[in-house]
Design a protein around this ligand. Structure first.
Ligand code: ADP
Length: 446
C-alpha cells in the first residue's frame, strides 16, 4: 500500500518538479506546475487502470497457467486470486478423480447399475445394465426408462411405486429355448432420484428349478417302493397266508427294501462326490485289481439278471495304474459294466477294456451289443434320474443315478466320459484319463 501511495506521489512530483525547474524555479506555485502534477496523477491512474484491465483479461480468459505477475496492490490481488483459483482447481480435480473412481467401481459391479432423475430419465448406467436392458450410452441417456424397458411386469412395478421388493423380468435376448431372468430392484434416494439395480438370476433360477426337480424325483423314487412295501405289510397283517405265500411276499418286500437302499446309497455317493475335494493325484490304484473286482461282480450280476450269463471279455493291462480314488474308480467302472449287462440280451458279448494312448493317457471302455440309445437321449444321459428305458431300468434295479455318478467321478479325475451308441446295435461308454493320472508300473516296463 505504501508503494502505491509513494508511486502516486512520485508520478505527480516528477512532472511538477520538471516544469518548476524549467520555469526558473519560481518561489510560487504556478498554474503550469499544478497542471503538470495533475497530468502525472492522470498518468498514474491510467497505468493503474491498465494493470486492473490485465487482471480482468486474465480472469476472463480463465487460463491460470499464464499468470501476469506483478508487484504492489495489483500484484497481491493477482497472487491471491491465483492461489484461490489453484486451490479451487485442485479441489475440483480431486472431486473429479473421486467421481471417476466411484464410477469405475460401479462399472466393475457384476450387477447392472442405472441412475434415474426425478422424471425417470436415465442419467447414467454401467456396462452390465447396458447388457441387461440393451441400452446404448450415446442413444439412450436422458431417455425415459419406461420407454426403453417395455416388459409389462416391470411397467406395473414402476407404476405401483412399491419398491420394498424386486421384480423378476426376462432379459434382453431371452427366448423359450434360452431363457434369461433378471431381478430388478429400484431404490429411491435423494430428492426423488432412484438407483436401479439389475441382477442376472438365470443360473440361480435354474439351480432352484433343478433342486425342486431333484427333491420331487427323490420323493417319487422312494414313494414307489415304499407304497409297495406298505401294501405287503398290510396284507401280512390282515390276511392269514400259507408259508409259501408268506415267503413270496417277504421276498418281494426285501426286493423293494433293497431298491430303496440302492437309491439312498447312490444319493449318498453323489452328495459325497459333489461335496468333497477331488481325489489326490498321488494315490495310485492298480487297474488289474479294479478289473478283478469288477469281473467277479459282473458275472454275479449277469447270472442274477439273466440266469444264463453274458459272454464277458475283460481286456486290460495289469501294469497300468491310475491316480485317484479306488472306491470312486470302482464305482464308475461297475456302473458302466452294470448298465451294459442290464441293457443287453444275455446272448450278446460285452467287452470291458483298459488301454493306453500314445500321448500317455489311458481309456477305460465298455462296449455292448445291446439295445443302444437314440441320439436325442445321449446328451441328457448323465442328468440325475434321466432314463431312456424307464421300465427296464426299474426292473433291473436301476436308480437313474449311475451315469451321473460316472460323470462326476470322471470330472474329479480330470477325465472325460464319451458315449457312442447306435439303436439296435449297441453302445460304447468310454472314460479317457489324462497322462498325468496314468502310469505303467516300472518293473513291467523293463
Ligand atoms: P439307470 O440306473 O436307470 O441305468 P443310468 O444313469 O445308469 O441309470 O443310465 C441312464 C439311462 O441310460 C438308463 O436308464 C438307460 O435308459 C440308458 N443306458 C445306460 N447305459 C445303457 C446301455 N449300455 N445301453 C442302453 N441304454 C443305456
Amino acid at each position: 500500500m505504501l508503494w502505491r501511495v509513494f508511486s502516486f506521489l512520485v508520478c505527480q512530483a516528477i512532472p511538477a518538479l520538471a516544469v518548476w525547474f524549467f520555469n526558473g524555479s519560481s518561489k510560487y506555485l504556478t498554474a503550469e506546475v499544478l497542471v503538470a502534477a495533475l497530468v502525472g496523477c492522470y498518468i498514474w491512474l491510467l497505468l493503474d487502470a491498465l494493470r486492473g484491465l490485465r487482471l480482468l483479461k486474465w480472469l476472463r480468459a480463465g487460463d491460470t497457467s499464464d499468470i501476469p505477475l506483478g508487484s504492489g496492490l495489483w500484484g497481491e490481488v493477482f497472487d491471491r486470486i491465483r492461489k484461490l483459483v489453484r486451490a479451487r482447481e485442485r479441489t475440483l480435480s480431486e472431486s473429479e478423480m473421486r467421481l471417476q473412481e466411484f464410477l469405475a467401481a460401479l462399472q466393475a459391479s457384476p450387477n447392472g447399475v442405472l441412475l434415474l432423475d426425478r422424471d425417470g430419465r436415465i442419467e447414467w448406467f454401467n456396462q452390465m445394465a447396458s447388457t441387461h436392458f440393451g441400452l446404448d450410452a450415446k442413444r439412450d441417456l436422458l431417455q425415459h426408462l419406461g420407454n426403453l424397458v417395455r416388459d409389462p411386469g416391470f411397467a406395473a412395478y414402476a407404476a405401483a411405486k412399491d419398491f420394498s421388493h424386486d421384480v423378476v423380468m426376462p432379459g434382453r435376448n431371452s427366448s423359450a429355448t434360452k431363457p434369461i431372468k433378471l431381478s430388478v430392484h429400484i431404490h429411491p434416494y435423494g430428492d426423488g432420484r432412484s438407483l436401479l439395480l439389475s441382477r442376472d438370476i438365470t443360473a440361480l433360477e435354474q439351480a432352484e428349478a433343478m433342486r425342486r426337480d431333484f427333491v420331487a424325483n427323490v420323493s417319487h423314487e422312494i414313494r414307489t417302493p415304499l407304497t409297495v412295501l406298505a401294501g405287503f405289510v398290510e396284507t401280512l397283517q390282515s390276511l392269514v397266508l400259507d408259508e409259501e405265500e408268506r415267503v413270496r411276499y417277504l421276498d418281494l418286500m426285501s426286493l423293494q427294501a433293497q431298491r430303496m437302499q440302492t437309491l439312498v446309497n447312490d444319493l449318498l455317493t453323489l452328495s459325497r462326490l459333489e461335496g468333497s475335494p477331488p481325489p489326490a493325484a498321488t494315490d495310485w490304484v492298480s487297474v488289474g485289481m479294479l478289473m478283478a473286482q469288477c469281473e467277479q461282480d459282473a458275472h454275479d450280476l449277469s447270472l442274477i439278471l439273466w440266469s444264463t450269463p453274458h459272454e464277458l471279455h475283460f481286456i486290460g493291462t495289469d501294469s497300468l495304474e491310475i491316480a485317484g480314488s479306488s472306491l470312486e474308480l470302482h464305482s464308475a467302472m461297475s456302473n458302466l459294466i452294470g448298465n451294459a449287462i442290464r441293457y443287453s440280451p444275455h446272448d450278446k458279448v460285452i467287452e470291458v477294456r483298459w488301454e493306453t494312448l500314445p500321448d500317455g493317457g489311458a481309456v477305460f471302455s465298455v462296449v455292448d451289443q445291446g439295445q443302444g440309445i437314440a441320439p436325442e437321449h445321449i446328451p441328457r444321459l448323465t442328468e440325475r434320474f434321466y432314463r431312456v428305458d424307464r421300465s427296464r431300468s426299474r426292473e433291473t434295479g436301476g436308480t437313474g443315478l449311475g451315469l451321473a455318478i460316472v460323470k462326476h467321478v470322471s470330472q474329479r479325475h480330470g477325465a472325460e466320459l464319451s458315449i457312442e451308441s447306435t439303436p439296435g446295435k449297441g453302445s460304447r461308454f468310454a472314460i479317457s484319463f489324462p497322462s498325468q493320472r496314468v502310469r505303467v508300473r516300472e518293473h513291467e516296463l523293463a
